[in-house]
Design a protein around this ligand. Structure first.
Ligand SMILES: *[C@@H]1O[C@H](CO)[C@@H](O)[C@H](O)[C@H]1NC(C)=O
Ligand SMILES: *[C@@H]1O[C@H](CO)[C@@H](O)[C@H](O)[C@H]1NC(C)=O
Ligand SMILES: *[C@@H]1O[C@H](CO)[C@@H](O)[C@H](O)[C@H]1NC(C)=O
Ligand SMILES: *[C@@H]1O[C@H](CO)[C@@H](O)[C@H](O)[C@H]1NC(C)=O
Ligand SMILES: *[C@@H]1O[C@H](CO)[C@@H](O)[C@H](O)[C@H]1NC(C)=O
Ligand SMILES: *[C@@H]1O[C@H](CO)[C@@H](O)[C@H](O)[C@H]1NC(C)=O
Length: 463
């Protein structure tokens, strides 16, 4: 990707984060719940180092003949004319359990034969790549305020790649399992194993992409999913002594990668922006133990952190300066839109759109008539089983194996020095890495971004 194109595309992601707040609350809730489980209660969640599930008898790869053409989307309801091809459908990831993942694939707007293939994952855990990535951030379309028509996203990433969105794990969005107990046995390990089987089958369905340069990207809790899937691919490539999947690199943005620094940085940020009181911050700093081996926290820590959560609960902590959504009603006529300002109520428009039967039919989604509605963040996934306290060892492994690793954050001008989260992560990551593998912290911006006081920070890269 050219630098300028990349920046423009990143800008779209930033602008999209303006919308994040209605559901931001949902995404924040999902992540907060997990963090609390891990740090404050230790309810049996496994935080040990991630190990890839090895498919010793060979993973389940089924014949995909004829399925690709069936998945072709003729056109989405209310969609403007476009010249690229879209596909959507299910890939079975576990035959005996009846578990299948939903994907939406937007081929590149030009040069689709030569541009790379990019997989995008959202986090949560439990949040949908269709809800956020595809429909509010980097996908080709956005949903109008009428909840039934679409408009083009000027900053769509399929200007630069063939972009694949997958809803994972089972229980997220349209992805499901006929063995509903799977919904309470999900975790990082299961997600990575299923995503891997998904990919092997998807490449059978789209064989012309098998040898294409392949990148995995995502944001937030996908800071776990992306490296874990990449590690699973690398492990299988190594075992087979050949490139089963032609993985070239990973991209993670505003990612959860290291609990200790992520958590500390978050509270520092709340404190430095007066979202919580100095006293609450100092109580947290004194009494909470964010180290990976902490199994319990003192009452003082619990009280202070609960106070902090209450204080920020009404805010969009992803963008404290963005407008909030106060009226989630759909409008009869679409509200006027601009590429630069995104409606903070978009989450509701996407919810309305993706729950329409005609839209689901066009997408080839919900073919088994699921007993729950499509939600941006799943209500049915519970009991997350495992979540390593850090994925930094995986990132180091990739760099040592010649993958390109790009970690970025998109933030507002005034945060840049103040937000310690990424800086702390940066130091944790740099520790013990050979200097030649690290590109210095770089700051990028564009004139459009400057206008909005945004800058992009490219953190590490290995070419
Ligand atoms: C979209 O394409 C259809 C069929 O090619 C054509 O009839 C219609 O006029 C086009 N609409 C616009 C807005 O270009
Ligand atoms: C399929 O999923 C079930 C759990 O629902 C599990 O017991 C079984 O081992 C899985 N099969 C394979 C081949 O992974
Ligand atoms: C789940 O069950 C439905 C209804 O029996 C069936 O049509 C569908 O193919 C099953 N899904 C998978 C992935 O096997
Ligand atoms: C965590 O482990 C470190 C190093 O082993 C130790 O110094 C620290 O006291 C431990 N913390 C807790 C809460 O057990
Ligand atoms: C919310 O928006 C709808 C649609 O624009 C409008 O009809 C309704 O009056 C609004 N409600 C409030 C409380 O502003
Ligand atoms: C699937 O379709 C059923 C029946 O139309 C509907 O009640 C349900 O909300 C839909 N679920 C999803 C996840 O789209």
């Amino acid at each position: 990707m050219e630098m300028k194109a990349t920046l423009t595309l990143l800008l779209s992601l930033f602008l999209a984060s303006f919308t994040v707040q209605c559901h931001a609350n949902k995404q924040t809730e999902a992540l907060t719940r997990l963090h609390k489980t891990k740090l404050y209660k230790n309810w049996g969640i496994n935080t040990g180092h991630f190990e890839a599930t090895r498919h010793e008898n060979g993973p389940e790869v089924a014949s995909q003949e004829g399925m690709r053409e069936k998945d072709r989307i003729e056109g989405l309801p209310g969609q403007p004319n476009v010249s690229f091809t879209q596909y959507g459908g299910y890939v079975t990831v576990n035959e005996s359990a009846g578990r299948a993942f939903y994907y939406y694939f937007a081929e590149a707007q030009h040069s689709k034969q030569s541009l790379p293939l990019l997989l995008w994952l959202n986090g949560g855990p439990g949040c949908s790549s269709l809800a956020y990535g595809a429909m509010q951030e980097l996908g080709p379309f956005r949903v109008n305020s009428d909840g039934k028509t679409l408009y083009k996203n000027k900053f769509a990433w399929n200007h630069a790649a063939n972009v694949l969105f997958v809803e994972s794990p089972a229980g997220v969005g349209f992805s499901y399992s006929n063995t509903t107990s799977d919904y309470v046995h999900n975790g990082d390990k299961q997600t990575a194993a299923d995503n891997y089987v998904f990919l092997l089958n998807w490449f059978e369905r789209f064989p012309e992409y098998k040898s294409r340069e392949f990148y995995i990207s995502g944001e937030s809790y996908a800071g776990h999913y992306v490296p874990q899937l990449a590690h699973t691919i690398l492990s299988h490539n190594k075992d087979a002594d050949k490139s089963i999947i032609n993985l070239k690199g990973i991209i993670i943005g505003n990612a959860v990668i290291n609990d200790e620094t992520d958590e500390r940085g978050m509270y520092d940020y709340f404190g430095s922006h007066a979202l919580i009181s100095d006293e609450t911050l100092s109580q947290i700093q004194q009494h909470c133990d964010f180290s990976p081996n902490a199994t319990t926290q003192s009452d003082k820590c619990n009280q202070a952190s609960n106070k902090a959560y209450i204080d920020v609960s009404k805010l969009d902590i992803y963008n404290i300066y963005a407008p909030l959504c106060f009226n989630s009603s759909l409008t009869i006529k679409p509200k006027k839109v601009t590429s630069m300002l995104i409606d903070p109520c978009s989450d509701y428009y996407v919810y309305a759109y993706l729950n329409r039967p005609d839209v689901q039919m066009a997408l080839h989604a919900n073919v088994t008539k699921l007993d729950h509605d499509w939600e941006p963040c799943s209500d049915i996934i519970q009991n997350w089983q495992d979540s390593p306290s850090t994925v930094i060892p995986l990132l180091k492994e990739f760099m040592a194996n010649g993958l390109r690793v790009w970690i970025f954050r998109i933030e507002l001008w005034d945060w840049i020095i103040l937000v310690p989260t990424t800086i702390r992560n940066w130091l944790a990551l740099e520790h013990g890495l050979p200097k030649r593998l690290i590109a210095k912290l770089m700051v990028w911006t564009t004139s459009e971004a400057l206008h909005l006081n945004i800058l992009f920070q490219k953190q590490i890269v290995r070419y």
